[in-house]
Design a protein around this ligand. Structure first.
Ligand SMILES: *Cc1c(COP(=O)(O)O)cnc(C)c1O
Length: 274
């Protein structure tokens, strides 16, 4: 609504969320799928050299961390004058980013920022004012920017809690410091998964997400027993999304390294027992 206005846009499909973005976007203009990893069951980001980019695209849309599939971008493609629009819902604030490389960054708050109901949009100023006339004021970035994001009544409670999370994050040393913790957490879990044949993660090494780590038991008939035992040990929400199956450990900023250590201890014990 804010950029396309009946024109053309490029989308790269690397998982469930970017696929859904396409499903929504097709109502607003001509959508070109520049690349897709669906044939590989969303286990990688296709090599940038293989992307079929359209010079006339109003933007190039990517999802830099695919929450359900556990696929994270390493670096950005070269898109020339075409602005990159990135859904960063599930890894924003997990690592430093250079905002100047993007036309638009957006995301829901409910992974690394705060409660649901709050949504963040960072827009390059020259991209304001391109909205279709059918865009309601509340969704129009220019109108929102002109009104300090308060053309509507904002979700005050969610914003208040987000403020507390930002204070907490700054007290940890900020995004640069939490990145180190996130790297340590992810390495711990991937190293363990890779060290045994009992569990497997199928995502290409360079695209393995630091936030969302899907894994499968080699013997899937043990899935229910694994989840039941996990719950008994206080390890919750490990069931993978129904689109992917298996397990998924989401280890957002709020998860301390002790949580990952506890998960690995349980996984080791379960492996020994079976
Ligand atoms: C969670 C998530 C969404 C969806 O957020 P909703 O507020 O539930 O619509 C979109 N994109 C990504 C990458 C997500 O992780």
């Amino acid at each position: 609504m804010n950029l396309l206005n009946g024109g053309e846009a490029d989308y790269v499909v690397t998982g469930a969320w970017s696929k859904r973005s396409v499903e929504d976007a097709v109502a607003y203009g001509k959508i070109n799928i520049a690349a897709s990893s669906e044939a590989e069951k969303f286990t990688n980001v296709p090599a940038y050299s293989s992307w079929k980019l359209n010079k006339n695209a109003a933007y190039l849309h990517i999802c830099t961390n695919e929450t359900i599939n556990g696929v994270e971008f390493d670096g950005l493609p070269e898109s020339g004058d075409v602005p990159i629009v990135a859904d960063m819902s599930s890894h924003i604030l997990s690592r430093p980013i250079d905002v100047t490389q993007y036309g638009v960054i957006y995301g829901g708050a409910q992974k690394n920022i705060g409660p649901a109901g709050l949504c963040i949009v960072i827009v390059r100023e020259d991209l304001l004012g391109k909205a279709s006339p059918l865009t309601p004021a509340v969704f129009n970035w220019k109108t929102q920017a002109e009104n300090q994001s308060m053309i509507n009544t904002p979700p005050t409670y969610s914003i208040y809690i987000a403020g507390l999370v930002f204070e907490w994050l700054l007290a940890q040393g900020g995004v640069a410091a939490i990145e180190k913790v996130n790297i340590a957490k992810a390495n711990l879990l991937y190293d363990y998964i890779d060290s045994t044949d009992f569990y497997v993660n199928n995502v290409a090494l360079k695209n393995r997400s630091r936030m969302n780590i899907p894994f499968f038991l080699k013997d899937e008939s043990l899935n229910d027993a694994f989840l039941k035992g996990a719950e008994a040990n206080g390890l919750l929400q490990l069931k993978g999304h129904r689109m992917v199956g298996g397990m998924r450990a989401s280890i957002y900023n709020a998860m301390p390294i002790e949580g990952v250590q506890a998960l690995i201890s349980y996984m080791q014990a379960f492996e020994s027992a079976h």
